[in-house]
Design a protein around this ligand. Sequence first.
Ligand code: ADP
Ligand code: MG
Length: 627
Amino acid sequence: MSAQTMEFKTEVKQLLDLMIHSLYSHKEIFLRELISNASDAIDKARYESLTNQALLEGGGDWKIELIADKEAGTLTIRDNGIGLTRDEAITALGTIAHSGTKEFMKALQSKEVKENPELIGQFGVGFYSSFMVADKVSVRSRKAGAANDQGIVWESSADGSYTIDTITKETRGTDVILYMKEEEKNLLDQWELRRIVRKYSDYIEHAICMEIDNYDDKGEKDGTKEDILNSRKAIWLKDKSEITAEEYKEFYKHVSHDFTDPAETIHYRAEGTNEFSALLYIPSRAPFDLFYKEYKIGPTLYVKRVQIMEHCEALMPVYLRFVKGVVDSSDLPLNVSREILQNNRMIEVIKKNITKRVLDALSHMKQNDFDKYLAFYKEFGKVLKEGIHYDATRKEAIAELLLFESSKTAAGEFTNLSDYVTNMPSDQNEIYYITGESRGEVASSPYLEAFRDKGYEVLFMYDEIDDYIITNLGEFKGKKFKSVIKGDIALDKDKEEQKKEAEKKYKLLIDLLKDRLKDDVGEVRLSGRLKDSACCLVAGETDMDPQMEKLLKSMGQEVPDTKRILELNSEHPVVAKMNALFEENKENPILGEYAEMLYDQALIMEGSKPKDPSRFAQRISRLMAGA
Ligand code: ADP
Ligand code: MG
């Protein structure tokens, strides 16, 4: 087949542009990315050869070679790993193999990425980083196990297109040949290459080899010899004391594709009947696809240093899906499959252990470095709280980690459930909370009036799932949760008598309102939660939280329409005035108008629009003119 010229997908063009111009200060990382790809390719070949010896083609001496040719101005990164077929090269190198391509495009244009270009690292820009240092890149590859004449060559100068052709290649694996830019030729220096490998790729398990100058006894140059540039020690198997903070960070960037430093590193070895090492990281920034279905969960699983799979879902609960890292088990069989992993007792034990360690680390962070914890919580709190739904055994532990603003905190300051319960006045029996879109919306809500008056704190919750999560949690330290926007509220036991009397007094007025508003509200009653406002709308005790309702509707789910309850403040002059009008003349047409105006007011107070805004405005104007 002759050479074929193909266009890059548009997002690749944009990525190349952005990267070449803005990631430039990080340009050394091209080598880390290419070595990491070579290492991945070897891991895959080694894993597949466990069940298919033929792939070894007679040799299983895995290695990565760097070949610097100063005369030609090229640097070759060679591996004897799994290799690429023609189709694989087209998809892997001609597109961005990423689930959230649309998100990615958005991110490329965003102000955040323009100001912090290293953020695009999280999209796995890997291979394309070669174009930061090379004018042209040529990839020569042959799939392990394929015939020699089934090799391919892929070539591009990052000008919007690439070519692909068939070649004969004697050895399996891939050569990535970089035609270095004039101003980057210093990277061909062997000491420079050694330095970069040490800095970024020292932990790579496979040997990274290079021909280096050889010196004889007298210190004179005598040909070349092959040297291994990396120490090859799997970082997670090393002793903590042997690892520098820098090395931990570099390894994080390798496993996570993140360019920012991690917030927390958790490294330990579990001894006993089930031995494993874990090196886990809590990132400092949420990746863009954290809430996508395609988001890949779980650490990389190794068995005795052999990589088994990149994302082992069975090892990590979904609510800790932001955690990255590596788990290396000494006891699992090498040939474990995904199916086996799903129901493996040993995996289950490791997962439990990891979960506990991560939650402990978070709890420790919250206690000892609150600012750091707060930063973490803002990025990942929404994911963490899913744990209350998913993990019944750790509900309380996770609940301890939640943070909330409240009616007693300033904006941007937080309380937590333990402190809340400790600070409860002795006559308060429940934990009160209000859901809404933002502090602005809930802080001035009429629903809080009576609670403020009593000195009771109300927790503010802004995530759509909060009501669901809290309902699921049910109680904390023996105190039940109660939404202040749902159900009946009776804060004062001694006012019961008074309320009964008011109910008798206003019975007929309430009946009239029920009748007038029967299309809009399911019930009209006197309120136990109002102080200064005349009325408000509330949901029934078991009704769906309005935030949740919005969320479900936005996801296109059908939500049954439940009518709300209109509550009146029996101590408000408006109610007394209406009642007086009513007693004077039960047929007074103004009563109907007032009923609708009460309802409209209640709508406005919960952040909705009046039913008919222009009619509402006309009525107000008429009232004002009358006054
Ligand atoms: P990532 O490594 O995150 O998948 P890259 O841009 O680094 O992203 O690489 C893209 C894809 O190209 C890889 O997933 C792999 O399929 C393929 N690839 C790159 N380098 C090699 C190689 N040396 N051998 C085999 N496949 C490779
Ligand atoms: Mg890569």
